[in-house]
Design a protein around this ligand. Structure first.
Ligand SMILES: *Cc1c(COP(=O)(O)O)cnc(C)c1O
Length: 381
């Protein structure tokens, strides 16, 4: 990705820098892979809800996957067609359900029998017909696929397989609900294709099983989760979309007229953003030295929240500078406010600009004002 260092030096930091040409190249690659295929890609808005970023994605013709009423409002404002918005979440409130119906969204990814009942009731009361995909918890074995975190039996997401019959019957019998299909989402930052192939085989089993009972699904939504290369963002700026869509389309036995939907977040926006920060101090300790940034865990929460690591670069150190070892930390009063330990970086000085790479997804959208700090600025160029 490209950062105009001269321009960045004149701006207030910390600052999310988004590389528009990389975002556009990423979107073109997705469009190339799905051209002529029965595939609809929804952008998972929670990954990055910067209005300019969302506008670029909306104008590429993608749909949106939202997880709150306010995300639906923001998506429509950014230019996404309401008829290409789907809405998931275990705790949709009455207000959010009514708002979604009123906005005319494509469908709700319903996560429980209880939600189905409330949605049917509200749709009747307000005179809507609500379109529904049932979010299935596919119970994928954590021991085979330890990286999968949301498709497991124990968690709060989706409808347990043993309750799916009841949910389907209830939807088909409800006067104000229309069954559109099934929805799955097995986890995030998945960097091999095998879990997706495994999911496809599970989905095929369900399609067959319900077809035998006369139930047809117009939409098969496999969720998101395609990962990015955090350690080598320049080597892999665009994820392997070809491999991803090939895996889905060769493994899924889609019926004629059936549509494949997916909901990619991180894979679309992750690599196009960096958090640019200024070095406030280089602090010499007894046996280590610290680079203290003006960016903290409130600006980029992933390291503190998930133990994630973002590649760290000194943007302003002169060429050929000696390499030294640093712990790179923020100013917040928490020891988890650490971006890297034992980082090998060119000799760094107060005032240098540091980039935390691959911060386009779950970076700005998760920022908070902890310690009464201001929210980070952003630039899209
Ligand atoms: C978060 C989320 C996504 C996007 O996940 P990524 O790993 O960013 O692709 C898709 N669908 C649902 C339901 C989600 O909650």
């Amino acid at each position: 990705m490209n950062i105009d260092i001269e321009l960045a030096e004149g701006l207030k930091t910390p600052l999310y820098w988004y590389d528009l040409s990389l975002l556009e190249a990423t979107l073109s690659e997705i469009k190339r892979c799905v051209a002529g295929k029965p595939v609809k890609v929804h952008y998972a808005v929670k990954a990055n809800c910067n209005p300019k970023v969302m506008e670029v994605i909306a104008s590429a013709g993608l749909g949106a996957d939202c997880v709150s009423g306010r995300e639906i409002t923001a998506a429509i404002k950014a230019g996404f067609e309401p008829s290409s918005i789907c809405y998931a979440g275990v705790g949709k409130t009455d207000r959010e359900l009514i708002g979604g119906m009123k906005a005319g969204i494509a469908y709700f990814n319903v996560e429980s029998l209880e939600e189905l009942e409330v949605l049917n009731e509200l749709a009747g009361e307000y005179g809507y017909q609500a379109r529904v995909c049932l979010r299935v918890n596919p119970n994928i074995d954590a021991h085979t696929h330890h990286y999968i975190t949301t498709g497991l039996e124990e968690n709060k997401f989706g409808i347990h397989l043993s309750m799916l019959d009841r949910a389907i019957d209830y939807t088909l019998q409800s006067p104000h609900l229309t069954l559109e299909g099934l929805h799955f989402h097995i986890g995030s930052q998945i960097t091999t294709m095998e879990p997706f192939a495994f999911l496809c085989r599970k989905v095929n089993g369900l399609i067959d099983q319900y077809e035998a009972k006369g139930v047809e699904f117009k939409i098969i939504n496999v969720g998101g989760g395609l990962g990015i290369d955090y350690e080598d963002p320049d080597g892999h700026p665009i994820p392997d979309f070809q491999g991803y869509f090939d895996t889905l389309l060769t493994n899924l036995k889609l019926r004629p007229g059936q549509e494949l939907h997916c909901e990619l977040g991180r894979a679309i926006v992750g690599q196009c953003g960096s958090l640019v920060s200024k070095v406030t101090y280089v602090k010499k300790g007894v046996d280590r030295q610290f680079i203290i940034l003006d960016a903290g865990m409130n600006d980029l929460m992933r390291p503190a929240l998930y133990g994630a690591h973002h590649k760290i670069e000194n943007l302003t150190a002169p060429e050929g500078e000696e390499i030294e070892t640093y712990d790179v930390v923020g100013p917040i009063c928490e020891s988890s406010d650490t971006f890297g330990k034992g980082e090998r970086l060119p000799k760094t000085r107060r005032g240098d600009l540091i980039a935390l790479r691959s911060a386009g997804a779950y970076g700005e959208s998760m920022a908070s004002t902890y310690n009464i700090r201001t929210l980070p600025e952003s630039v899209v160029r």
